[in-house]
Design a binder for this molecule. Structure first.
Ligand SMILES: [Ca+2]
Length: 269
């Protein structure tokens, strides 16, 4: 399948999903809050970004095959956080489709979309260490409370105990009482869960204990700063030194460093 055909298939899938999501509007209770662009950095425009996390001086990124039947294999890669240079990559053989990536206690993990299998690997060498089955679709992945925290493309979040990936807790993400579907790439920052919401260029800021959306970030203006035939915003990585956040998107030729300009409202508002 050509890239154009894959893009068309993805667009059709996004429209279908948007129709499904119409009953769970993202507009509603939680307010949009302000943010500021701090820096702009290069990003591989061939990367269909699925997961992003900072590890030391590098970013670990998972890239997907873009739609069932795609012929471009997924990868996990080490990316220079400043220059965007791809330092190393490991190909995930088709038909596996890599999704969210994170690091827990020195071990990296990535999920797969349809395949019900996760892999642990070295964040330093990308060498695969283990393969573990799990019974749901894999989308975003981060760490919370000493466990992996995963999304599956619906409104549900699951906490997974390693190494067997047993589900120990789950919550439904809601805004104004309504489930928010399409929860995708994840990142924990200061007790707040940041989540890309597919297929949009918005990020939900979520109370992980209750699943309540505390605020929204509208980053649609960033898509206008990237060049080429691009897909949605996806990929969130916290910089542990500055506290800033790196975001990018699928086939985006830029990463953007942003910071909030106002506090995240209380979960109990
Ligand atoms: Ca992330």
């Amino acid at each position: 399948m050509t890239r154009a055909a894959r893009r068309l298939a993805c667009t059709i899938a996004a429209i279908a999903a948007a129709l499904v999501l119409a009953g769970t509007s993202l507009a509603g209770g939680a307010p949009a809050i302000g943010w500021r662009l701090v820096d702009t950095r290069p990003h591989d425009p061939t990367a269909f970004a699925q997961g992003l996390v900072r590890y030391g001086e590098v970013l670990l990124e998972g890239t997907g095959a873009c739609c069932p039947g795609g012929t471009v294999p997924s990868t996990v890669r080490r990316v220079d956080a400043r220059t965007g240079e791809v330092l190393d990559r490991r190909v995930i053989p088709l038909p596996l489709w890599a999704e969210g990536v994170t690091v827990l206690r020195g071990t990296a993990w990535h999920l797969t979309f349809y395949d019900g299998v996760a892999f642990s690997f070295s964040p330093a060498t990308l060498e695969q260490a283990s393969r573990v089955d799990y019974p749901f679709r894999g989308w975003g992945l981060t760490v919370h409370g000493g466990r992996l925290l995963a999304s599956d493309g619906t409104s549900r979040l699951r906490w997974l105990r390693v190494p067997e990936l047993r589900v120990t807790k789950s919550v439904v993400v809601r805004d104004a009482g309504r489930p928010v579907a399409g929860i995708n790439e994840l990142e924990m920052l200061g007790g707040v869960l940041w989540a890309n919401v597919w297929p949009s260029d918005r990020i939900a800021l979520i109370d992980p204990a209750s699943g309540q959306v505390r605020a929204w970030l509208d980053l649609s203006s960033l898509r206008r700063r990237v060049q080429g035939d691009v897909d949605v915003l996806n990929g969130i990585a916290r910089d542990p030194v500055t506290g800033h956040v790196v975001v990018t998107g699928k086939f985006w030729n830029r990463m953007f460093v942003i910071r909030l300009t106002e506090p995240v409202p209380s979960a109990s508002r």
